[in-house]
Design a protein around this ligand. Structure first.
Ligand code: CTP
Length: 398
């Protein structure tokens, strides 16, 4: 809820501005008040009248408006909110913010404020990927500006990739988390992620192709809803998200110990691709080629972390979510796996090479629970994570 929270919403000039109209509605539904500011370019996409009607407040548009300045000067306007939200945050607005320009009302407010700022970027994929935008993003993050999105998907310009503004409900969730009001505030959630490396000798190991992208996205989405996240990660390709407690491990055994140390938690999401076996007695010296033939590796079984946690008598998290990476008969195998492991939900996906899911940026999952199998459309891993996080929030708070 956002009761009595004041949000200054700066709407930039991009096609995604139409989503900001819905964003205003969603914020008002939750009891927030919205003071809208439109850039000149934004007025090409949405009208001041529709924005004002939805917000139930005056729209601010001009830096040099004498009436506005007399009623509430731009300095006061910039500081009277609990949070400033820039949605859509265009490449131009991000550039101005980074460079410290103040040549219109929106950029002047952003320069004059000491209120936290949350940006929801929206732009063409090439503009998002452009080194200038990526440089600006890094600088703004370093300056303390928070970001939600952009999402990956089909864009209004006909291209595909990252650059789509987050959906209004995702922005609402990020706003609630920023204001300490996320649905998962006060909840502690554990996420395992990435592959494990099982040593053969000091220089060789057994691994798998997990990039850690899905687990990382889940941890980020849970934190965005206000959860305290303990992120236990194997050696992943992607960096851990910000705002979570990171515990880095290498082997399944270390991951298992780190999970135990994180208990108790309200929910556990086990997204790691844990190696089922380790080399029974890894050599402490590099194995050398020998005339006696090839080395014979003997394996030992690793602890099944998900199964163990699901069966804990004391300290079992209220919700245990496992993942199932399958290559055939996905629903059948994953349903059986849910029974075997004893977890509440299984997020199943088809990782056959043809799907491009393992190591890719998209996922097509089936959520298996008591209620049966729920197929989600193929979408970005971030979106899968956000949908899963919202579902977890619902389960923990209902
Ligand atoms: N998992 C775990 N510890 C293990 C192995 C798996 O916690 N030692 C968890 C994974 O994080 C995932 C789920 O169990 O949430 C399913 O993992 P998967 O490797 O697909 O299951 P397996 O038990 O290995 O089943 P199979 O090899 O038959 O597919």
């Amino acid at each position: 809820m956002l009761a009595s929270k004041r949000i200054l919403l700066i709407i930039g000039g991009g096609i995604a501005a139409y989503k900001s109209l819905d964003l205003i509605r969603r914020l008002k539904e939750r009891g927030g008040s919205v003071t809208p500011v439109l850039t000149r370019a934004a007025e090409e996409f949405v009208t001041p009248l529709s924005v004002s009607a939805l917000a139930g407040e005056k729209v601010y548009r001009d830096l040099f408006d004498l009436t506005d300045e007399a009623e509430m000067g731009h300095i006061q306007l910039s500081r009277s909110a609990d949070l400033i939200v820039v949605a859509p945050a265009t490449a131009d607005l991000m550039g101005k913010m980074t460079g410290g320009l103040a040549n219109d009302l929106a950029s002047t407010l952003l320069m004059a404020t000491d209120t936290p700022v949350l940006c929801a970027p929206a732009m063409n994929v090439r503009m998002w990927d452009h080194p200038a935008t990526q440089r600006n993003l890094k600088q703004l993050q370093a300056d303390g500006v928070r970001f939600v999105g952009p999402n990956e998907g089909d864009m209004a310009c006909g291209e595909y990739g990252p650059g789509r503004m987050s959906e209004p409900l995702e922005i609402v969730a990020a706003i609630e988390a920023e204001l300490g009001n996320g649905p998962l505030s006060g909840k502690r959630v554990l996420v395992t992620s990435g592959p494990t490396h099982e040593p053969i000798d000091p220089v060789r190991y057994i691994a798998n192709r997990s990039s850690g992208a899905q687990g990382t996205a889940v941890a980020r989405a849970l934190a965005a809803l206000g959860a305290e996240v303990i992120f236990v990660t194997g050696p992943a390709d992607v960096p851990p998200p910000e705002g979570v407690q990171v515990v880095s491990v290498e082997t399944a055994k270390q991951m298992s110990d780190a999970v135990d140390a994180a208990l108790p938690v309200d929910a556990g999401v086990f997204a790691a691709a844990v190696a089922d076996w380790r080399v029974a007695s890894a050599s402490d010296k590099k194995l050398k080629k020998s005339r006696d033939g090839l080395p014979a590796l003997e394996f030992a079984e690793n602890p099944d972390i998900l199964k163990r946690i699901s069966h804990l008598e004391k300290c079992r998290p209220a919700l245990v979510v496992g993942f199932a990476a399958e290559t055939d008969n996905v629903i059948e195998h994953a349903t059986a796996k849910r029974g075997r492991k004893g977890c509440d939900w299984i997020v199943a996906n088809d990782v056959s090479p043809a799907t491009g899911i393992m190591g890719g940026s998209e996922n097509a999952v089936i959520l298996i629970s008591d209620a049966g199998a729920e197929e989600w459309p193929r979408m970005g891993k971030d979106q899968v994570a956000e949908r899963l996080a919202r579902k977890i929030a619902k389960a923990l708070t209902s």
